[in-house]
Design a protein around this ligand. Structure first.
Ligand code: FEO
Length: 183
């Protein structure tokens, strides 16, 4: 008896997204190595922690497909793009990666809606929320670097930024959790 509870096209689309998340993980790992190599151990640590989060996202897609009776397919992961030229380019690229990923998640949500696949639609809502956090986190990175002086930041302010990111929380605060005491 066929117990698969996903359409073939949805199974393929979710599997493709699992591979996209693995690519994101690869990209952040390569940025982490790049930052470490330049001596930014805290920034490198932050990016490598993020690489692990992206792998966790891939695992969620993998597990969901299997739970619904499908079979995900691991594909070759493309090589990450060339190293950034500087921290501004690195953080801008992190933001762009997240926005691209959000658009991919939205397309999956649309597909689930079209197919009236409410289980998948519901599963994907976790990722809709997660992408708000990830985009916010990326914007905060850009802001922190800007405050530090951007490409003209002094060694002292870059040292402070590096220290800050070593211990910065991995999740951004969401508007829905804000209160008047803690906006
Ligand atoms: Fe898994 Fe940063 O999106």
């Amino acid at each position: 008896m066929n117990t698969k509870r996903l359409s073939d096209s949805m199974e393929q689309a979710l599997s493709k997204q699992m591979n996209v998340e693995l690519f994101q993980s690869h990209t952040y790992l390569s940025y982490g190595i790049w930052a470490n190599d330049l001596g930014y151990g805290g920034i490198g640590n932050f990016l490598m922690r993020h690489s692990k989060e992206e792998r966790d996202h891939a695992i969620k897609f993998m597990q969901y497909i299997m739970n619904r009776g499908g079979k995900p397919t691991i594909e070759a992961v493309p090589a990450p793009s060339a190293d950034p030229q500087n921290l501004t380019e690195c953080f801008n690229s992190v933001f762009k990666h997240e926005v691209d990923n959000t658009e991919k998640i939205y397309r999956l949500v649309e597909l689930a809606f079209e197919q009236k696949d409410w289980a998948t639609w519901n599963f994907l809502q976790w990722f809709v929320k997660e992408q708000i956090e990830e985009e916010t986190l990326a914007m905060e990175l850009i802001d922190k670097l800007k405050i530090a002086g951007g490409d003209r930041a002094s060694d002292e302010s870059l040292f402070a930024l590096d220290k800050d990111l070593e211990t910065a929380p991995d999740d951004a605060e969401l508007a829905r959790d804000a209160t008047s005491e803690k906006p």
